[in-house]
Design a protein around this ligand. Structure first.
Ligand code: SF4
Ligand code: SF4
Length: 499
């Protein structure tokens, strides 16, 4: 990160505004009469403005006001450029891009700096509205604060500036963790890095908190690692192409039969990726691709009898990269071992409502994740986006819009049959044509790049940064389809078309 961007020095300004200090003992919001709180906000704004005025008119956000030793601390990020976008400067509840009002306070500003977009956020805490969630529980508060931070970053949807998708947690390059209790520090040092890119720098700062029960607050500085009107998303960094993620489908079949499964897993006969293949893919990554996270997925990865060995192999080769399992969790009780949990950094469970993970298994998984410092994300899933087109979409401008809007082309990079693909749809296009009785006019090999190609890196940069999409996009809705309820297909439905 440091080599790519110059991160400005942080001016930490201890402010001693007498009028605020007078009210410091009342900073627990619930105990503060609203007139005092309003007055406090006015004074705080004035205090912050006076700092801003000394910064040549640039308008960075301030951190939430944190207190320690009866002092008020205001953090100011300096910026070399005028902000493109300032959100929620006065800390109103945040309205998100999906139109849902989340009752949380948040602020931030985006500046264009050195050709990249930088976002500076205010502190997020484990709160909804004025209510402290999980009082005094650092473990739960870290999850909640990260969730709030994720929402906050997502609000900065920058399409109007030619940037896409808002900021992501992976864009965080500096994270300040304010903590209250020394006894939480070891845990925070172990667990916090699991949430973010390994390039992120951390600061752990002991601090007073503005609310009773709050034991930590997070504050982030992000650089958009994505589109910029001044450059392509994909670049070579230290000899490899930096990507958001990369996935290995260690087995393509699955124990479930979800209709419209993205990888057509219900139709795949039993097939396990060999350890040699895993090693070959590791060689390829080592040479060409530097993902923020390596996802071991499928099909259902827990079905693989050598999963523990595969994970250890990947972790040994890429100790600095977050390693994630993506599973439906149904077989977790049987196959998700302590050994596996000790190797991975993240566990993503898609919990399908009609075949949900039993509650006692969820309790067990949560405990294991806590013990092994594994970042756990259990997502209840009821619906999928309709993705498969069984006939060619002849509307070229629509195909182009679908491709433009599709985030899978960044998050589902993979290698299949020695070919590197930007998305799973392209990797499985021939299977799709067969299953849905479509003309077999698109060849998977033409939709990706051979990993043995002597000009791989040069070709991959063009391929990944390409604005025009693939032939496969004419048979795909990407993330532009409509939602429908997931159902489990009957065996007979899939048997006729087994691959
Ligand atoms: S659990 Fe996932 S991989 Fe398995 S069939 Fe359902 S969507 Fe496909
Ligand atoms: S085929 Fe095109 S639209 Fe579909 S997932 Fe891949 S990139 Fe996205």
């Amino acid at each position: 990160m440091q080599t790519e961007f110059s991160i400005n020095e942080i001016d930490r300004i201890e402010s001693f505004y007498e009028n605020i200090l007078k009210e410091t003992p009342l900073l627990v919001r619930n105990e503060m009469p609203s007139a005092v709180y309003d007055e406090f906000c006015k004074i705080r704004e004035k205090a912050c403005r006076s700092v801003l005025d000394s910064l040549d008119g640039n308008l960075p956000p301030m951190s939430d006001v944190l207190t320690s030793d009866n002092k008020i601390r205001i953090t100011v990020e300096t910026a070399n450029a005028k902000p493109l976008y300032v959100e929620n400067l006065r800390q109103k509840s945040a309205y998100l891009f999906d139109g849902v009002c989340r009752q949380m306070t948040s602020r931030g500003a985006v500046v264009e700096e050195n050709g990249s977009s930088k976002l500076q956020t205010a502190a997020t805490m484990s709160m909804v509205d004025e209510t402290v969630l999980f009082p005094d529980d650092a473990y739960e508060q870290l999850y909640k604060s990260m969730e709030n931070l994720r929402w906050l970053l997502g609000q900065f949807n920058l399409k109007k500036y030619g940037l896409q998708y808002g900021f992501a947690v992976d864009d965080i390059c500096r994270l300040r963790v304010y903590y209250k209790n020394d006894s939480d520090l070891d845990f925070l040092r172990q667990m916090t890095p699991r949430f973010v890119s390994r390039e992120c720098q951390f600061e752990y700062i002991k601090s007073g908190m503005p609310y009773d029960g709050i034991v930590l607050a997070l504050e982030a500085v992000c650089y958009k690692k994505g589109f910029s009107e001044k450059g392509d998303k994909y670049k070579v960094v230290n000899g490899r192409i930096r990507t958001e993620s990369f996935e290995l489908h260690v087995c393509e079949h699955c124990n479930l039969r979800c209709n419209q499964c993205c990888n057509l897993s219900p139709f795949h006969k039993e097939h396990f990726m060999s350890l040699d293949e895993v090693k070959r893919i590791c060689d390829f990554l080592e040479k060409h691709i530097a993902p923020d996270v390596i996802k071991v997925a499928g099909g259902e990865p827990l079905l693989h009898p050598q999963l523990a060995e595969i994970l250890k192999t990947i972790k040994q080769r890429f100790p600095q990269t977050n390693l994630r399992i993506v599973t439906n969790g149904v077989l977790a009780n049987r196959y998700l071992t302590e050994e596996i949990m000790a190797t991975i950094d993240q566990l993503w469970i898609s919990n399908y409502r009609n075949v949900a993970v039993p509650e006692n298994t969820v309790v067990k998984i949560k405990q294991m994740a806590k013990d092994k410092f594994v970042l756990l994300n259990i997502k209840d899933v009821d619906q999928f986006y309709n993705i498969v087109l069984t006939e060619k979409n002849e509307d070229e401008s629509n195909v182009s819009a679908i491709y433009d809007n599709c985030w899978m082309k960044h998050r589902c990079l993979m290698v299949r049959k020695n070919t590197f693909f930007k998305c799973t749809r392209a990797a499985y296009i021939e299977d799709q044509q067969y299953i849905y009785d479509m003309p077999t006019n698109v060849k998977a090999a033409d939709e990706g790049i051979s990993i043995d190609d002597p000009d791989f890196q040069q070709k991959a940069l063009l391929y990944l940064n390409d604005k025009d999409g693939l032939q496969s996009c004419s048979y795909c809705l990407g993330v532009s389809g409509t939602l429908f309820d997931i159902r489990q297909m009957k065996k007979e439905e899939v048997q006729a078309k087994m691959l």
